[in-house]
Write a protein that binds this ligand. Structure first.
Ligand SMILES: Nc1nc2c(ncn2[C@@H]2O[C@H](COP(=O)(O)OP(=O)(O)OP(=O)(O)O)[C@@H](O)[C@H]2O)c(=O)[nH]1
Ligand SMILES: C[S@@+](CC[C@H](N)C(=O)[O-])C[C@H]1O[C@@H](n2cnc3c(N)ncnc32)[C@H](O)[C@@H]1O
Ligand code: SF4
Ligand code: SF4
Length: 355
C-alpha cells in the first residue's frame, strides 16, 4: 500500500477487486471467519473536523478528500438500504471526522432514514453547531447522538482540542437533550492529563442528565504518540472515581456493546467504561464500517479496505454490492492485536477511519 502523508492511505490497488469469499457459507449476513456477524454499521461522512483533539488529529487537520471522492447523500442512503435489507444491519451510526462539518448532513440522515424506516439512526459528534441544526436533523430522522467531551474546564478543553470551543459543545449537548435525543451519551477519552478531572466530569454529566462513558485511548492518533505504559487503564479510572462515588458494576447492555456500566451511588444514573485495550471486546465485535470515500473497513485496525464506490458509480445492482460487502467482512481480522509484539498501528488515524 502507498501511504499518503498524515495517515490517509490511497485505496489499495487491489481494493477494487472482489474479495475472496472462499469457505464462506452462503448466508445473507455479514459473517466472518471467527463466527461473528456484523449488525452495527458505522458510516464516516467526512474527514474534516472543527477540533484537533491531540489523540486523534494532527494540528493541521487531515488532508482534504476531494469532494467528488466523498459519498453523496444518495449513495450513503443506498448503502444503508443494502445493509439493512440484504445484510442484516440493525443500527446505523454516522461519524467522521465531524459529521456536522457536512452541510448536507440532514439530507444524509433523511435519505438513510427513508432507506431503512424505523432503524436506530444515530450520530457520534463533537457537538459544535448541533444547537443550530438539531431540529433539522431530528426532523430528518436522527434518533440519537453521542457527544465527545473530555473535560469541562475551558482552558484544559482548549489545550486538548487545540480549539477554545467548550461553550459551543455544551450548547450542543443541551440542545440535543432539549430536542429529546436521549439517552444522550458522552464519550471522554482517558488520558493522564484528564484523570484528575474525571470525577468532576462525571458530576457534571450526572447534573446534566447525560450518560458518561470513559474510553481507553487506542493507538489511532495521527501523531502516533500512544504508548501502552502511558495510557490510563480502566482499573485506574475506577479507583479514582471510587474516591468520590460508590460504584456498582452491572456489566454490558448486550455482549457486543463496547461499554461496561457501573451504577453511581446506587443508581439509576450510570457511568460506563469502554476498555478497548485492557478488556477488549473484539471476540464479540458486531461492527462494519464504511469510510467517507466508500470503502468497507471491516475492523478499526484493519487497513485492507474494499471499494464499493466504484460499484455504486458503475451501475452495479444492490445484490452485487452486497456480495462484495459480505466478502470484505468475511476477511475481517480477529481483533486489534494491540498486545501482540508484532503490532503496528493502522495507516489511517481515527478521524480518517470514522471512529
Ligand atoms: N475497539 C473499538 N473501539 C471502538 C469501536 N467503535 C467505537 N469504538 C470506541 O468506542 C467509543 C464510543 O463509540 P460511539 O461512537 O459512541 O459508539 P457506541 O459506544 O457503540 O454507541 P452506543 O450504541 O450509543 O453505545 C469510540 O469513541 C471509540 O473510541 C470499535 O469498533 N472498536
Ligand atoms: C473519531 S471521533 C468522530 C466523531 C466526532 N468527531 C467525535 O469526536 O465524537 C469518534 C470517537 O472516537 C474517539 N477517539 C478518537 N481518537 C481516539 C483514540 N485514539 N482512542 C480512543 N478513542 C478515540 C473520540 O473520542 C470519539 O468519541
Ligand atoms: S475525536 Fe472527533 S472531534 Fe476530536 S479531532 Fe477526532 S474527529 Fe475531531
Ligand atoms: S478493534 Fe476491530 S475487532 Fe476489535 S472491536 Fe474494534 S472493530 Fe471490532
Amino acid at each position: 500500500m502507498t501511504l499518503l502523508k498524515l495517515g490517509i492511505p490511497q485505496l489499495r490497488r487491489d481494493s477494487a477487486e472482489q474479495p475472496d469469499s472462499a469457505g464462506r457459507p452462503d448466508v445473507p449476513g455479514l459473517l466472518d471467519r471467527f463466527g461473528r456477524t456484523a449488525r452495527d454499521l458505522r458510516i464516516s461522512v467526512t474527514e474534516k473536523c472543527s477540533l484537533r483533539c491531540t489523540y486523534c488529529m494532527p494540528e493541521q487537520g487531515l488532508p482534504a478528500i476531494p469532494r467528488e471522492e466523498l459519498l453523496t447523500p444518495a449513495e450513503i442512503g443506498r448503502l444503508v438500504g443494502i445493509g439493512v435489507h440484504r445484510l442484516g444491519v440493525r443500527e446505523v451510526r454516522l461519524t467522521g471526522g465531524e459529521p456536522l462539518m457536512r452541510a448536507d448532513l440532514a439530507e444524509i440522515v433523511r435519505l438513510s432514514a427513508e432507506a431503512a424506516p424505523g432503524i436506530d439512526l444515530s450520530m457520534t459528534s463533537n457537538g459544535i453547531g448541533l444547537d443550530r441544526r438539531v431540529g433539522a436533523l431530528v426532523a430528518a430522522g436522527l434518533t440519537r447522538v453521542n457527544v465527545s467531551l473530555d473535560t469541562v474546564d475551558r482552558a484544559h478543553f482548549a489545550e486538548l482540542t487545540r480549539r477554545d470551543r467548550l461553550p459551543d459543545v455544551i450548547a450542543g449537548i443541551r440542545a440535543a437533550h432539549a430536542a429529546g435525543l436521549t439517552p444522550l451519551k458522552l464519550n471522554a477519552v482517558l488520558m493522564r492529563e484528564t484523570l484528575p478531572g474525571a470525577a468532576e466530569l462525571l458530576a457534571w454529566a450526572l447534573a446534566e442528565g447525560c450518560r458518561l462513558r470513559f474510553i481507553e485511548q487506542m493507538p489511532l492518533g495521527a501523531d502516533q504518540n500512544w504508548a501502552r505504559d502511558h495510557m490510563v487503564p480502566a482499573s485506574e479510572l475506577l479507583a479514582v472515581l471510587s474516591e468520590r462515588f460508590e460504584l456498582t458494576g452491572i456489566g454490558r447492555d448486550d455482549p457486543s456493546a463496547p461499554g461496561e456500566e457501573w451504577l453511581v451511588d446506587g443508581g439509576p444514573a450510570t457511568v460506563g467504561v469502554i476498555a478497548s485495550v485492557t478488556r477488549s471486546f473484539c471476540a464479540d465485535c458486531d461492527r462494519t464500517r464504511i469510510t467517507a470515500e466508500g470503502t468497507v473497513r471491516s475492523c478499526l485496525f484493519g487497513d485492507n479496505e474494499t471499494d464499493l464506490r466504484h460499484l455504486l458509480r458503475g451501475g452495479a445492482d444492490d445484490e452485487e454490492i452486497a456480495r462484495w460487502w459480505r466478502g470484505a467482512m468475511w476477511a475481517k481480522q480477529s481483533g486489534h492485536g494491540i498486545d501482540a509484539e508484532t503490532f503496528s498501528p493502522p495507516a489511517r488515524s481515527m478521524g480518517a477511519i470514522g471512529g
